[in-house]
Each structure stands twice: as C-alpha cells, then as structure tokens.
Design a binder for this molecule. Structure first.
Ligand SMILES: Cc1ncc(COP(=O)(O)O)c(C=O)c1O
Length: 388
C-alpha cells in the first residue's frame, strides 16, 4: 500500500469529491474538506471485505465475541484502557450514538455544554432536541487552544446536564493532556454532569502526544461517561458505518440501547462488522505508516505558510484536520469563502460553520497524497500573491 498513489474518487458517490460542484460552484475545486481520507484502507481490510463479498449472502449479522475481542484488544494496546465486553454498545456512527445519548440521558430544556469552535453537528445535538446550548469557548493562546477552566466551572455551577467533549478536538487539533482531562473529569463529577466523550479521532495522534480516554482516568468518571469511538476515521471506513460506545453504567447503557431499538436499529451492516474486525486485528502497521505520512503533511502545511503573514496554521497535535487562522487577510466571512473556492480553487470547510469563534478561519483536510496537498497549498499561495 502506498500513500503516494492517487486513487481517483470522482464517480464513486463520494461526498467529498462528487458534491464539489454543488457545494463550491465548480468542478475545478480541489476537495480538502469533509473528514475522510484519499488513501485506501489497509490491504487486510480490503481482502477481508472481498472475501466476505465472495460468500454472496449478506443476511442479518451479529457482533459476536470475536468482534468484541478485537475492540477490547485494540483499546488495551493502543490506549492502555481495559474495558469489559458488557460495556460495549454498537452503533452505525458516533453522531448517532450522541443523538441517542442526548435523548436518553437528558430532558428537553436541560443545558448541554460544548467547547467551541467545534465539529458542527454538536450544535444540532443540542438544539434539535430542544436542549439549551451552553458554550465554553476555547481560548487561542500563542496559537494553541486552551480550556478556560474558570468559565467551565462557572457554566457547570449554573446547572449543566451533559458535556459533549471532543478529544482529540476537531477543529482545534488539541489532544487533551492528562492534567486537562483530570480537571474536566473532576468538574463533571463535582457538578454531576454526564460526559459524552467523542473520541473518534483517538488513533490519529502525532508524536509527543498521547490520547487518554477520559473514562480510563478512574472508575468514578468512567461510570459517568459515554465514550464514542470507531475504526472509521482511523482506517477510512466512514461509508461502512460501524462504531461503538463504551458505557460502563448499566442503566445509561440500557437507556441508550432501548432508544436505538425503538428506532429499529439493532445491528450493524455485514461489511461494517467485517471491516471493523480486520482493521483492529491487522491494521496497526498501516496506521503507523499513515501517521508518519500525516505528520509529514502537517509539517509541510505549517512550513509552507510560515512565510505568509496572511495565514497562520494552528498546528494540530492530532486529527488530519488543519485549522487555518486567516484573520490577517481581513476579509469578511463571505469574501474568505469566495477567495478559497473561486480564487484559490480549494474546497475547505468554512470556519464559521464551527461556531462564531470560527469566523476568519478555514479547515483543511490533509489526509491525501503529498502531490495533492502540494497542489492545494500552491493554489492558495498563488491566489494570495494575486491579491497583492
Ligand atoms: C469529532 C467528530 N465526531 C464524529 C464524526 C462523525 O462520526 P460518524 O461518521 O461515526 O457519525 C466526525 C467526522 O468528521 C468528527 O470529526
């Protein structure tokens, strides 16, 4: 498997590539937006899917003890987290689980806290269910996002029912440290706030940073946490829709499970189960290679904009999503979007969609072969030169 090869994705019903014209107004826009990768999944996963396809029967499928074991071993090995198989709950996606958790464990009118700017669906998780949105804006200090703990405690004191944590954080790129996680856990325990921890990016962490599942800090916090994880970001399997949650609290787990069941969701799709198992069993060497490629890509982006005062890269500690501070360009949000799509011809995510704190920022997906990334960077730099 080479991370250098370009695998054309147009015509594969790819959200990222096939919606480019309808979103950005032209086919001649390089897609560097939605969070999937332009790399093929590990060969053992492809082989397992081909093998499973050859069987030709795709009936209702169970998540048996071998599937559980592949997850248990992965979490143990990669995150030093020992979980019990009875804590696992399968779901088609992390966002689905979060929607269910909000509905099962909070009531209309309850306050739910998020740390902004943040992954846009977090807003819908709160507002679509008539819960009250409470934000704990992150502070950008010396080009690194930090948590305002004084504000966090103040908000929790005022009565927050649940806190949707994003770790590693999209789009801030922070991999929260043990110290930060401990403080967040202590506050959640002190004010009896349920933690819905979205850890979908947990395997995508760069050198000198480690991902710590917040539930692994203590039994007490684990009992109060719904941890959502998935192999889909790590191994580029988002279209197969297979994820899981770790929920030690039996009553919480059953409430969420019942809600899923009552919507008719009670199993994963056959190919998702196959991919999940083979990725966790055999995908680790590929992941190590991926991380070194992503780290080179991250460094390339950072280096390329070092000499450009208009754009500052907020260097990520994890995730393949790069948050670009474009405020020095002094453009309105509309003008900035227009600049990137029409002048630079790159399809980035609009910072404002992550919340008002994202105004003046753009998010770039760097999970692509280096030549594509270079093309995207060059397009932006040429467009910046043409502005002068
Ligand atoms: C923080 C975060 N959570 C969840 C998701 C999507 O998860 P799923 O496809 O499992 O619903 C994404 C995708 O970009 C993400 O960045």
């Amino acid at each position: 498997m080479s991370f250098k090869n370009i695998h054309p994705r147009k015509g594969t019903r790819s959200v990222k590539w096939d919606l480019i014209k309808s979103i950005y107004g032209s086919e001649d826009v390089l897609p560097m937006w939605v969070a999937d990768m332009d790399f093929q999944t590990p060969q053992p996963v492809i082989d397992a899917l081909v093998e499973r396809s050859k069987h030709g029967i795709f009936g209702y499928t169970i998540t048996d003890s071998e599937i559980n074991t592949s997850i248990i071993n992965w979490l143990n090995k990669k995150h030093d987290w020992q979980i019990n198989k009875s804590w696992l709950l399968y779901s088609p996606g992390v966002v689905s689980t979060l929607h269910m958790a909000v509905q099962a464990l909070t009531e209309p009118g309850d306050s739910i806290l998020i740390q902004t700017p943040v992954y846009p669906p977090f807003y819908g998780l709160v507002k679509n269910h008539d819960r009250k949105l409470v934000t704990n804006p992150l502070k950008l200090i010396n080009n690194r996002y930090e948590i305002d703990f004084i504000d966090l405690e103040k908000k929790m004191q005022q009565g927050v029912k649940a806190f949707i944590l994003c770790n590693p954080h999209n789009p801030a790129g922070r991999v929260w440290t043990e110290q930060e996680l401990t403080k967040m856990a202590e506050l959640s325990l002190k004010y009896n706030v349920k933690l819905f921890s979205d850890e979908i990016h947990s395997d995508l962490v760069y050198s000198n940073h480690i991902h710590i599942p917040i539930g692994s800090l203590s039994q007490e916090i684990n009992e109060q946490t719904i941890t959502c994880m998935s192999p889909t970001k790590t191994f580029n399997l988002a279209g197969l829709q297979a994820s899981f949650a770790v929920i030690p609290n039996e009553s919480d787990r059953n409430s969420i499970k019942n809600l899923f069941n009552n919507q008719g969701f009670h199993m994963l799709n056959t190919m998702g189960v196959t991919a999940l198992e083979s990725a966790y069993q055999f995908g680790e060497p590929w992941l190590e290679d991926l991380l070194s490629v992503l780290e080179e890509n991250r460094d390339l982006v950072t280096r390329s904009f070092k000499t450009r005062p208009e754009i500052t890269i907020v260097e990520p500690e994890g995730t393949y999503l790069v948050w670009m501070d474009c405020r020095e360009m002094r453009l309105s949000n509309k003008e900035l979007k227009e600049f990137m799509a029409s002048k630079a011809r790159v399809g980035l995510n609009d910072g404002l969609s992550f919340g008002e704190e994202g105004e003046g920022f753009m998010r770039m997906n760097i999970a692509c072969p280096k030549v594509i990334l270079e093309e995207g960077i060059n397009r932006i730099i040429t467009a910046l030169d043409n502005l002068k």
